[in-house]
Design a binder for this molecule. Structure first.
Ligand code: MN
Length: 260
């Protein structure tokens, strides 16, 4: 079974300590699709962040607080939300390494934004202030309830997976992708022009969606296809990862024999 990592957010407890956590909806979505979900705390040491990739076959970047705009060379606006420097640093390093190594990546909400910044793209820090977006993207309806429409690019991988040009999705964001990162294409937009999905042109599976698909798949089976494809891609990647590990063990054994 492929192993899929989920990056954690941080939360201050009433004791003044920090908890690392992931919403259960992500864990259930990944497990139901047939992978082993593993929670990944933020780490400072880049070597340890790289170490995650020695056992991961896929990566989910969940929702959370805003990415520090310094990472896309902007000063913070008044309406910027909470920022988590440790999470930014660790998640960006991990995502860049995952992109470089061809590890399947699914970004959700903050995750699409993080994925885009990791690829060198930029964000709207606040849709209402900077884009005058006309649609309500911070819905007050239940999390599982789709409130606005998105239109998929029919030439996108996302369309190939979901098979429907127009979808209704939920919406809990005040930021969005502004300029897609290097090698990324816009895969879906809302009617007001807000970018709702991006995907890598060259990477086998690096997709970001602005909506919370982990809250939709149980009531709308169409969305389960996204997790199913992530797991299928993770299985393919696992074969390559195992072969690499085996080759490394063999060459280590060979060099031990030579030195004897
Ligand atoms: Mn939206």
């Amino acid at each position: 079974m492929p192993v899929i990592g989920l990056t954690c957010g941080s939360e201050m407890t009433s004791h003044g300590t920090i908890d690392h956590r992931v919403n259960e909806d992500y864990v259930r979505a990944v497990a139901a699709a047939g992978a082993v979900p593993v929670l990944l705390p933020p780490l400072h040491d880049p070597a340890q962040v790289d170490g995650f990739l020695s056992f991961l076959d896929g990566l989910v970047l969940p929702g959370g607080v805003d990415v520090d705009p310094a990472y896309y060379s902007e000063e913070p606006l008044h309406s910027l939300g909470q920022v988590d420097p440790d999470r930014d640093e660790s998640e960006l390093a991990l995502t860049r390494a995952a992109l470089a190594q061809g590890v399947p990546v699914l970004g959700i909400c903050r995750g699409i934004q993080l994925l885009n910044v990791a690829a060198g793209g930029s964000l709207y820090q606040d849709l209402e202030v900077q884009m005058k977006a006309s649609i309500k993207h911070e819905q007050q309806a239940p999390r599982w309830y789709p409130t606005h429409e998105v239109r998929l690019d029919v030439s996108s991988k996302l369309y190939e997976i979901l098979g429907q040009e127009v979808l209704r999705v939920n919406s809990f964001h005040h930021q969005a992708v502004k300029i897609p990162g290097e090698g990324f294409l816009v895969a879906a937009k809302a009617r007001d022009g807000v970018i709702e999905a991006i995907e890598s042109r060259d990477h086998p599976f690096a997709i970001g969606v602005q909506w919370h698909v982990e809250c939709l798949w149980e009531r709308e089976p169409l969305f389960a296809r996204l997790f199913a494809r992530l797991v299928a891609e993770a299985k393919n990647y696992q074969v390559r990862r195992m072969a690499r590990a085996e080759a490394a063990t063999e060459s280590a054994a060979a060099s031990r024999c030579e030195t004897r």
